[in-house]
Write a protein that binds this ligand. Structure first.
Ligand SMILES: NC(=O)c1ccc[n+]([C@@H]2O[C@H](COP(=O)([O-])OP(=O)(O)OC[C@H]3O[C@@H](n4cnc5c(N)ncnc54)[C@H](OP(=O)(O)O)[C@@H]3O)[C@@H](O)[C@H]2O)c1
Length: 295
């Protein structure tokens, strides 16, 4: 890499997130080149000292470190394909949200064009970029991560999770799955409260501390899953399956759809049928590992 350009950074994609990424580099005194499909979105950054590139290829040519933050991977390909020429020797850091396989394919495509690839999953909103709340998981080129650690560190806490470019997306999907599961529980909870004229806010006041306390059970479950030892003397699968069946029937009786909870009951029930009723609730994961059992 050309160390003369070590503090030149290009940001391609100036949507809500990309504008803040570029602004953060500018604020720290880095020479920042920007390009966006709709050029007007670069105006405020140019007023603050950014260099406007006329094309994506020109933007890539301007810096050794190229940050990409567009809508999705299809857009990444659309932007990069006609701009592949100047990629050779560059470090491409893609902060566009995606999934593991396209990230791996993009890493391979980037390598074919002589560039190194680092994929990043951003856990922040534009307002928290650069604060202690923001963190970014990276996978792919360890060399890129190491070389540009200081620059990447300006965005938030940076963690390298492995050389497989798809790994950051795997983590991303895992964390988001947990989040959506929690949202599903919230919707189910509020719908039930609503059926008894209880306001969502009232349920939520009780639910938030309850969920925080329940989250304390997760590290214990994780230890059981990692060790494969599901022996328990407390709340086992059988007890939880009876409890969940009660919740399902009471919810139906209130006229509320159980679409979000019923698959969980099927998962527990499958373990009971396999003779694991006395095992820890965490053993439910074995039914997910068996795929196609639910749904
Ligand atoms: N915002 C967040 O809080 C956040 C947090 C974590 C991760 N992310 C991820 O970061 C990425 C960008 O998010 P964002 O919030 O900045 O999105 P956004 O505000 O919707 O911006 C989308 C960007 O993609 C560009 N784009 C869309 N289609 C294009 C095309 N066909 N050709 C060229 N450029 C195109 C847009 O250009 P135009 O301006 O020309 O439309 C714009 O620069 C997404 O993958 C998102 O999931 C966002």
């Amino acid at each position: 890499m050309n160390t003369d350009h070590k503090h030149s950074i290009t940001v391609i994609g100036l949507g809500n997130l990309g504008q803040v990424l570029a602004g953060t580099f500018l604020d720290q005194g880095h020479r920042t080149t920007v390009w966006n499909r709709s050029p007007g979105k670069a105006d405020a950054l140019v007023d603050r000292g950014a260099v406007r590139a006329a094309t994506a290829a020109e933007a890539i040519a301007a810096s050794d470190l190229v940050i990409l933050c567009v809508l999705d991977y299809e857009t990444v390909r659309e932007v990069l394909t006609p701009a592949a020429g100047p990629l050779a020797g560059r470090a491409l850091v893609n902060l566009t949200s995606g999934t593991p396989q396209p990230a791996r394919e993009l890493a391979a495509w980037t390598a074919e064009h002589g560039a190194a690839y680092l994929d990043g999953a951003v856990y922040a909103v534009p307002q928290t970029i650069g604060t202690s709340e923001a963190f970014v998981l990276y996978s792919g080129s360890l060399n890129v991560f190491g070389t540009y650690k200081d620059q990447l560190g300006l965005l938030g806490k940076s963690t390298f999770v492995g050389p497989d470019a798809g790994l950051a997306s795997v983590y991303d999907i895992a964390l988001l799955s947990g989040m959506y599961g929690m949202f599903g529980g919230f919707f189910q909870s509020v719908a039930l409260g609503d059926s008894a004229q209880i306001k969502a806010a009232e349920i939520t006041d009780l639910l938030v501390p309850w969920l925080k306390a329940a989250a304390d059970a997760l590290p214990g479950f994780a230890r059981e899953i990692d060790s494969g030892d599901y022996a328990t003397e407390t709340s086992n699968l059988a007890i939880n399956t009876v409890g969940l069946a009660n919740i399902l029937s009471a919810t139906k009786a209130q006229g509320i759809d159980v679409a979000l909870l019923a698959p969980l009951h099927s998962l527990f029930q499958h373990q009971i049928e396999q003779g694991h009723g006395a095992a820890s609730l965490a053993r439910a994961i074995e039914s997910l590992r068996r795929k196609a059992v639910v749904g």
